[in-house]
Design a protein around this ligand. Structure first.
Ligand SMILES: Nc1ncnc2c1ncn2[C@@H]1O[C@H](COP(=O)(O)OP(=O)(O)OP(=O)(O)O)[C@@H](O)[C@H]1O
Length: 770
């Protein structure tokens, strides 16, 4: 294999096809194998085929001839063949995009250079990856000889290397380029035979059908695809394997935001039900969403994709032989307790109002402990904890208390002081050294709990603890065979605590089998929950009797543009250097954007305004400008306010400016987004509530110095770590909601947020003063 030849028309087809962007798709993998190893032939579209000649391979559009083409010389650009499949596809796709710009006479972008002396260079890797690897191109090889026969623009890739070499004065060998032209006629004939044969045998269900569906998938986004069968050919190999595998042991799907975890989980549930139906077996599935709002979004996904009526909305009883019920943990527990716990009695952790109430109770608990109990407890407290309490602002202590209660005291210790004493401290939590420190925190917890009880409220942990007591009785053990589930699916598992998760393994039909599939992106959990692989596995199968757990890592990001992926990567990477246990999901992640989608994108920018006032006014005008630029409706852009104060101010600002907004105050509230769509409003929300949603663009307001992360006046290391940690996660979640564009608005006097320092240094974010 000495060369690869592609004509302009086939190049245009390849850059537009989503499944040819990555070797994670079966057809993408075959393309990589073809271009690297020169397989005999491959069909890539209704008119595009790859064929091998004696010295190289060709990708050709059958039926149209052109003098515009590109040749990769494998003997000169030897290192290309050292790349893995994904690496080769990335270089191929980026080079083809550049070639198309040259054929169209368009300007190159920042990572492409048109040089003197007929040379050009493409840097295929994102700047953040800190590699100098480049593709060197001769823009008119063998010019004199070709001038007699052709009028088009031929390109020759003659080098793939780390350095500039001799730059524009390099002599380019054209031996293989000429060979490719000599063997071209034969290749065209061969390719047209392949295409003719495929089109002739195009029977439904046969190979050609896959080709046709590839061809048809020219929509900018596959989000509107419906049904398991329609989705299947569009899934990556990993997604497909996850969806198709029989669910017998706990199976985790893990990956960064926008990798299709929720979608894969829904499709897996439908596939499981389909298999049960084919096997003529009864099957009850349970799908657990984290909150009422995300439950609606998931029900929506079921309604769209369920072709067999496995899902019945608003059904409380199982009435069919194969059926799925979507539930939240709360609704599940209240059913188990045979009690209706009304919405007003339940603290919805994902909703703005209850966050405010809980914050208030936590602040009261801190006040109470500090004023009434500190003096008597002081002799038992460590110096470190006393120092922390005296130097940290009260609101930060209250915030950290809530986190400690949720993750540790209720989440792990079952509200039992002895269990709590045995737990290791959270890395980014209270600096607890002695048992005395823990007793003092527990006292704050008791005060907090008393406030909750006084106001007649329960949070999920209380409900789960009560429900758990029902599930350990002999009565449930007998009922389990009748009422348990044959498969359980848990979305956004990272948002639950250990206590909450430990309910599921008791709900399966058989004690020794745990058919539970669950999705995870640890970085989206706000706060350090101390999740490790084994803690997840332990939660779903504590006695290790179900068999070896499975795990699928997904890396192809469908939602976000490459620039947004890189920016989010740099934010999580800078979090990783701060905290050793910050799980960085973006390592090796890649965006699966076609050339068509990339056209809507722009590099993320930070706009720094002279004052908060100007910044707030700009929030809406920027959103308007983006809608104008990319088309769509106002609801396609989310304005995300950082900090409670700004969130409140922006709401009143929108009213005074007469800007139509739908305020989202509950995490993942798709209903509200749909309302905004119908009524032509922008979405205004905060990072805590935006998880689980997606938009064409996001405008992040107030991400600047001192605000993100908030500066704690005392600057005690542990509290600052906690705040930094939470800020990185919030920014990561907010950024990864956007498909095409991100704008970050800040106040100039505060300066840029340190969360973006490395992004600016690696030129992933442009900063403009306005
Ligand atoms: N194979 C695929 N081809 C095309 N689009 C896909 C594919 N897989 C997922 N998507 C799309 O990518 C988007 C993100 O999917 P989804 O919401 O399931 O991701 P997620 O990993 O659950 O994200 P998050 O963690 O942010 O909630 C959706 O619009 C979905 O339709």
């Amino acid at each position: 294999m000495k060369f690869l030849y592609l004509d302009e028309f086939s190049a245009r087809e390849l850059v537009l096809e989503r499944t040819l962007q990555s070797a994670e798709f079966p057809i993408g993998k075959s393309l990589a194998q073809f271009v690297k190893n020169g397989l005999k032939e491959i069909v890539l579209g209704a008119r595009v085929a790859g064929v091998a000649s004696s010295n190289g391979s060709y990708i050709i559009y059958s039926g149209k001839n052109t003098d515009n083409y590109i040749v990769f010389d494998y003997e000169e650009a030897r290192d290309l063949l050292q790349l893995d499949d994904n690496g080769f596809l990335l270089v191929l796709q980026k080079t083809l995009r550049f070639a198309i710009k040259l054929w169209d006479g368009n300007k190159p972008s920042a990572h492409e250079l048109v040089l003197a002396n007929g040379k050009a260079v493409v840097f295929p890797y994102p700047i953040g990856m800190q590699t100098d690897l480049r593709v060197a191109i001769e823009r008119n090889p063998d010019e004199k000889r070709r001038a007699k026969r052709e009028t088009g623009l031929a390109l020759l890739v003659y080098k793939f290397s780390n350095g500039a070499g001799n730059g524009v004065s390099e002599e380019v060998r054209t031996t293989n380029f000429r060979r490719s032209l000599e063997e071209r006629v034969g290749a065209y004939e061969y390719a047209s035979q392949v295409i003719a044969a495929v089109n002739k045998v195009a029977q439904p269900g046969e190979k050609a059908l896959a080709v046709t569906s590839l061809e048809n998938d020219r929509r900018s986004h596959a989000a509107y695809e419906a049904g398991l069968n329609a989705w299947m050919p569009l899934l990556t190999q990993k997604q497909q394997d996850f969806v198709k595998s029989r669910l017998t042991v706990p199976h985790r799907i893990e990956g960064p935001a926008g990798t299709g975890k929720t979608l894969s989980l829904v499709l897996k549930c439908l596939k499981t039900l389909e298999m049960a139906r084919d096997d003529d077996k009864d099957h009850r599935s349970l799908f657990v969403a984290h909150s009422e709002a995300t439950k609606k979004a998931i029900e929506n996904l079921f309604s769209i994709n369920d072709e067999h009526g496995f899902f019945t909305p608003i059904s409380h009883e199982f009435t069919k032989r194969q059926e799925v019920r979507v539930a939240t943990l709360q609704s599940l527990c209240s059913r188990l307790l045979h009690q209706d716990i009304s919405e007003t009695e339940l603290v919805d952790k994902d909703a703005y109002e209850s966050k405010m109430v809980q914050g208030l109770y936590a602040a009261e608990a801190v006040d109470f402990a500090m004023q009434r109990e500190l003096a008597s407890h002081k002799p038992y407290l460590s110096n470190e904890f006393i120092d922390f309490l005296s130097k940290t602002e009260k609101w930060v202590v209250a915030d950290m208390l809530q986190h400690e209660i949720s993750v540790q005291i209720k989440g792990r210790a079952g509200q039992n002081i002895e269990n709590y004493k045995k737990l290791a401290r959270l890395k980014n939590g209270f600096p607890l050294v002695t048992d005395g420190d823990k007793i003092f925190v527990f006292l704050m917890h008791e005060k907090y709990q008393a406030e909750l009880e006084n106001s007649n409220q329960y949070d999920t942990d209380d409900v789960v603890l009560s429900a758990m007591s029902q599930l350990t009785t002999p009565i449930w053990r007998r009922r389990r065979v009748r009422e348990g589930y044959d498969s359980i699916f848990v979305d956004e598992t990272h948002l639950f605590n250990v206590n909450e998760l430990s309910i599921f393994h008791r709900l399966t039909r058989a004690e020794n089998s745990q058919p539970i599939a669950y999705s995870v992106d640890r970085s989206q959990a706000l706060g350090d929950r101390g999740w490790t692989d084994s803690s997840f596995e332990h939660a779903f199968d504590p006695n290790s009797i179900a068999g070896d757990p499975l795990s699928t890592d997904v890396k192809s990001i469908f939602r976000c543009s490459p620039d947004i992926v890189n920016l989010a990567f740099s934010v999580t990477a800078s979090g990783a250097t701060l905290f050793t246990d910050f799980h960085n999901p973006m390592v090796a992640a890649q965006s699966i954007f076609t050339a068509e989608e990339e056209r809507k994108c722009e590099k993320p920018t930070a706009l720094m305004y002279a004052s908060d006032e100007l910044m707030m006014d700009a929030a809406f005008s920027r959103a308007e400008a983006i809608v104008k630029a990319i088309g769509g409706t106002k609801a396609d852009v989310a304005v995300i306010a950082f900090g409670n104060e700004l969130f409140g101010l922006l709401q009143s600002r929108a009213r005074t400016l007469g800007k139509p907004v739908e305020v989202i105050k509950s995490r993942g509230d798709l209903d509200a987004v749909n309302k905004a769509k119908v009524s032509g409003r922008f979405v205004l929300t905060a990072p805590e509530y935006v998880g689980g949603l997606e938009f064409s663009a996001v405008v992040l307001v107030g991400v600047d110095g001192g605000r993100v992360p908030p500066r704690d006046g005392g600057a005690y290391q542990d509290s600052q770590n906690y705040l930094n940690y939470a800020s990185h996660q919030r920014v990561y979640v907010a950024l990864t909601r956007a498909k095409y564009r991100v704008e970050i608005l800040g106040a100039r006097p505060r300066g840029l947020s340190p969360v973006f320092s490395s992004a600016v240094a690696s030129e992933l974010l442009t900063v403009n003063e306005v």
